[in-house]
Design a protein around this ligand. Structure first.
Ligand SMILES: [Mg+2]
Length: 252
């Protein structure tokens, strides 16, 4: 006799869903590439002595070296980019304050994300059920993106003072929502920074695997693997979880 597959259920009742951004609700690499390209073009025009010596790869290596040197800002990708540019501008006899202008340009492009087709419709359904909070290690400004208004709250690693897999961002989201770990579900694409990080503090986690990756064999499997956020909504619907709608209408 075949034993039925155990049904994996979300933790009832859910009072909070936290969702990663990069590669979970929009692809990350194309927008970073476009932002870096726009910023480099600005540097070519504004700091030619710098770009005569250093190409985009050298700028990346400079940032990586800075991350190793400055663990105090390593979690804050904006601070790292800004400090790296300041130093390089100064080294090439330019005013380091010009880095602010270069970063403003980068951030403008960084927000030009193109969400996956399922992201906005699924978020509209999810936000009716319980608070939905964005948790990102990146530096997109959610209110400047096409997904503005679809999350109740958003936290970045820079806000939290630590990047996932550190628990700070999860803990701050739970404190904001008044939810315990057992009442929270995290959704993200990174097996370690999202799924394992959430589970380590008692939060169930769904793995968003949009590109057919293999789950790392050294980690226990996630409670659910989905290829898009529609599948997450369907899973929650099937579980019959019907928590109260959020009491406030805050949106970011
Ligand atoms: Mg991600």
């Amino acid at each position: 006799m075949n034993r039925p597959e155990p049904r994996r259920q979300p933790p009832p009742p859910l009072r909070l869903i936290t969702i990663d951004l990069d590669d979970t609700v929009w692809p990350c690499a194309p927008v970073i590439a476009a932002a870096e390209q726009a910023q480099y073009a600005w540097l070519v025009a504004s700091a030619p002595r710098l770009t005569a010596r250093l190409g985009p790869d050298a700028l990346r290596e400079h940032r990586l070296a800075l991350i190793a040197e400055r663990p105090d800002i390593a979690h804050d990708v904006t601070a790292v980019r800004l400090e790296s540019l300041r130093r390089l501008l100064a080294e090439h006899d330019y005013d380091p304050a010009h880095a602010d202008e270069a970063m403003a340009l980068f951030r403008d492009w960084r927000n030009r994300v193109e969400p996956y087709a399922d992201a906005a419709p699924a978020l509209r359904l999810l936000r009716e059920r319980q608070p939905v909070v964005a948790l990102t290690n990146g530096n997109a400004e959610l209110h400047q993106t096409p997904l503005h208004g679809l999350f109740h709250h958003a936290l970045t690693a820079a806000d939290a003072g630590a990047a996932k897999p550190h628990p700070a961002m999860f803990e701050q989201a739970m404190a904001w929502a008044g939810a315990r770990a057992a009442e929270t579900l995290h959704v993200g694409d990174d097996p370690v920074r999202d799924v394992e990080a959430a589970r380590r503090i008692g939060i169930s986690a769904v793995w968003v695997n949009r590109t057919g990756l293999t789950w790392p064999e050294e980690l226990p499997p996630p409670v659910l693997e989905v290829t898009d956020l529609h599948a997450l909504v369907a899973w929650l619907d099937a579980a019959g979880d019907q928590p109260a709608a959020p009491e406030d209408s805050r949106a970011v």
